[in-house]
Design a protein around this ligand. Structure first.
Ligand code: NDP
Length: 327
């Protein structure tokens, strides 16, 4: 038996509970992992609260990511004792996930735990941090350099935002953080933001084109915010868009694209090819100074997951929440 956070369908809505599960119920897969740490990402909050239809098979063990040690494997790449990380691939949505002491998955979904991190540190970063790195890689591949101008990060107080600020500032970019929590200014500056703008400067309907302010941006918010971000990007700049914390809509015009030649990169962490994942994790090992980012993380046990899932959707979580599944 092992403990897991199980989401199940009810006549009205859904139930979420910390449950003892028999190992014989684990889903199909060629690798069994003793999970050590998981996390609470925004998507986990959506699944736990049932606010969006993230879970598409019931009963479902929640958790879109985990880090741990291979217990048994019939996959050629993995053997017992290997240290691994998993992000996405529908885990916690259509396949039992990481908010659990045990997981059984396809070996093709796993990447090696980077030598730079412990299992706990990898999950402090989690899917949010790995996605932040995918965003940074997209801006780099676009050719943006620190001397091109400032980079805007929206949803700065959250998980994607915090890792993006930290990595970009370590790489020498000047970072502007947009946040609804101005009381967190000291925290955002400690992460590496050089200035902070209030969230509502960007969250309402704006003009198709605004003053050219930023060379690039990482947006985890969507909706009017993303439209205003695009409107304020400098000629030939770029935006990496990964999130929908404000909304899934994108009420923009073609003006920034056809008059300023800006590029909007869509970032998907769930089905990202393996080579991209390995690159992102390697770069996190190099460019995310996790030892200096204590203030970004809080640790909880499996029993605390339901409450924190509600908090992240209410925008009350700062930085990242790591889950010790054995606590
Ligand atoms: P968090 O909840 O940690 O961060 C989101 C932040 O967005 C909040 O901290 C808050 O920052 C801001 N925010 C919240 N509500 C609103 C609102 N109504 N209007 C404007 N800003 C708001 O979530 P994560 O960092 O884990 O994820 C961020 C987004 O990225 C989510 O939408 C998530 O689904 C998405 N995501 C997408 C992935 C992909 O593969 N494409 C992978 C991972 C995440 P502040 O208080 O500073 O304003």
């Amino acid at each position: 038996m092992f403990k897991a956070v199980v989401i199940d369908k009810q006549e009205q809505g859904q139930s979420v509970s910390l449950t003892e599960v028999d190992e014989s119920q684990l889903p199909e897969g060629d690798v069994t992992v003793a999970v050590e740490y998981s996390t609470i990402n925004y998507k986990d909050g959506l699944a736990i609260t049932g606010k969006s239809p993230v879970v598409r098979k019931f009963p479902m063990v929640g958790g879109i990511d985990f880090a741990g040690t291979v217990e048994a494997s019939s996959h050629p790449d993995w053997k017992a004792g290997d240290r691994v990380v998993l992000n996405g691939w529908g885990v916690g949505e259509t396949h039992w996930g990481g908010l659990s002491q045990k997981a059984r998955v396809k070996g093709d979904w796993l990447v090696p735990l980077p030598a730079a991190f412990s299992a706990k540190q990898a999950m402090c970063i989690g899917t949010a941090g790995y996605t932040a790195m995918l965003c940074v890689l997209a801006l780099e591949k676009h050719g943006l350099k620190p001397e091109d101008g400032e980079i805007l990060v929206t949803g700065a107080g959250g998980g994607v935002g915090g890792v993006a600020i930290s990595v970009l500032s370590k790489l020498g970019y000047s970072v502007v953080a947009s946040s609804g929590r101005t009381e967190e200014a000291d925290y955002l500056k400690a992460l590496g933001a050089s200035s902070i703008i209030p969230r509502d400067e960007l969250s309402k309907a704006g003009k198709p084109l605004a003053k050219e302010r930023w060379a690039g941006a990482v947006d985890s918010v969507g909706s009017y915010t993303l439209a205003n971000v695009c409107a304020g990007i400098q000629m030939h700049g770029a935006v990496a868009a990964c999130g929908l914390a404000q909304g899934m809509d994108f009420p923009s015009t073609v003006a920034p694209f056809i008059l300023r030649g800006i590029t909007l990169y869509g970032i998907d962490s769930v089905m990202a090819p393996r080579a991209q994942r390995v690159e992102a994790w390697e770069r996190l090992g190099r460019d995310f100074a996790i030892g200096e980012r204590e203030g970004m993380f809080q640790e909880i046990g499996l029993g605390d997951v339901i409450g924190v899932g509600e908090d992240i959707i209410a925008g009350k979580v700062r930085g990242r929440v790591v889950v010790d599944v054995n606590r």
